[in-house]
Write a protein that binds this ligand. Sequence first.
Ligand SMILES: [Fe+2]
Length: 530
Amino acid sequence: MSDSTTSGPDNSVGRRSVLLGGAAAVGGAALASTVAGSAYADVRGLPGAGVGRLRDPFSLGVASGDPLPTGVVLWTRLAPEPTAADGKGGMPNRPYPVRWEISEDERFARPVRSGWEWARPEEAHSVHVEVDGLRPGAEYFYRFRVGNDVSPAGRTRTAPPPGHMGDLTLCFASCSHFGDGYFTAYRRMAEDEPGLILHLGDYQYEYPASDHDVRKVLGPETRTLANYRQRHAQYKTDEDLQLAHSVAPWLVVWDDHETENNWADEVPEQPDPDFLDRRAAAFRAYYENMPLRRSSRPRGIDMRLYRRIRWGGLANFHMLDTRQYRDDQACGDGYGISCEDRFDPNRSITGEQQERWIMNGFRNTRARWDVLGQQVFFSKLDLDSGPGEGYNMDAWDGYVANRDRIAHGMANSNVRNGVVFTGDVHRHWAAEIRDSHDHPDSPPAGTEFITTSVTSGGDGSEDAQQGVLDDNPHVKFYKDRRGYVRTRFSADELRVDYRTLDHVTEPGAPARTAATFVVDDGEPKLHRRN
Ligand SMILES: [Fe+2]
């Protein structure tokens, strides 16, 4: 399926792949029968033969990510007992050889690449296959095998060739708390059959079970490697999440909760002498459970997560990490407050090196759309309706100079259309970014689209926040329902649908479009279409 045949936001889904037609639920057995004695036959002579006795080693599904024009990362993790408290997923303490193959057709009649990767206990038996030698802008199917067990098949795609301007349907999401509700939004995203999915953080939460949970969260507050591995595994057992991973490549970045609420570089939320060990454990488990390249493999307390993915000539995705390098939150990390500190030009949410990297990206871009995929509210947002002022110190409003330098760079560089995609706040918002927010007459620099949560916060409300919208004229939309954002990139416009679900505390809600905005090429303004 080429980009041009991907169903657009205004169309009902046309072609249904095997993945969505119910076959996603078909486990290894059915697929195994179609490949018996074929491409996988050579697995039997290798160490690890006999692992067929493991109870479904592919209980966590499959995923792909970080596409290049000629390659993509394929991911899985062996876990026959996915939620084991020791985080080992029920795997024995030895490596297993995992066979992978990638094909242009869903039946794997013509695999174009295949190979082996070790699933090692020191990486929680995860595998990250960096496939190369693929065709640009093409759709592929992939699957894994260990012993006699075959994984469900996933669909992925490579990035288009340099300069290519074909349309792209992209969905993005953030903030999926397992206990707060059902991951229906992930299923609805999958049904849109996007070419690319962005996850902007809070993929999981560190908290233990609470009385308000509608689904039982396993394990204590995550602090150790075993805790984080178990938590990731519990999330990955969710069928809606597995489906979303299996239909398209993902670009993931974390926010705070994959480690701990509101952490800032080496500073935990509350004093904790063991925080750096905790951070290293969280990073390691995150890498193990995400379709990331080896260049993102953590080394101790460091992990390079910010990176750039090019989508032909249509878009560059600058995926940011606003946690690992930031200065501690200003004004005592308050919410709805202000103080002089937040204007300090030496304070940074990106760190110096990442800021330089962003600016270089802006200077050298030739893309039609330049997208920052990142965690926290970028535009100015005065949360105090009425004469007072109050800001969120965990967001870019707590790092005003850093924000204004980047907004200014966006408006005064080779960036043709600057766009920011954001998560974190558990509400849908839309905003126009000003070159400087403190000079309301300053020219618009770009547009920002903030997605609500997948589940965090529960069903939501009809609260309209009219006072906040009135106080922030550059902010054009607010909605307190769960969901995700669906976008359609083309050479002429960016179309953005705010998708909402009426409830998440029960499964199965349909998704509706609460608002549509269009940005025309060359004009950083929001035009509301419904
Ligand atoms: Fe969140």
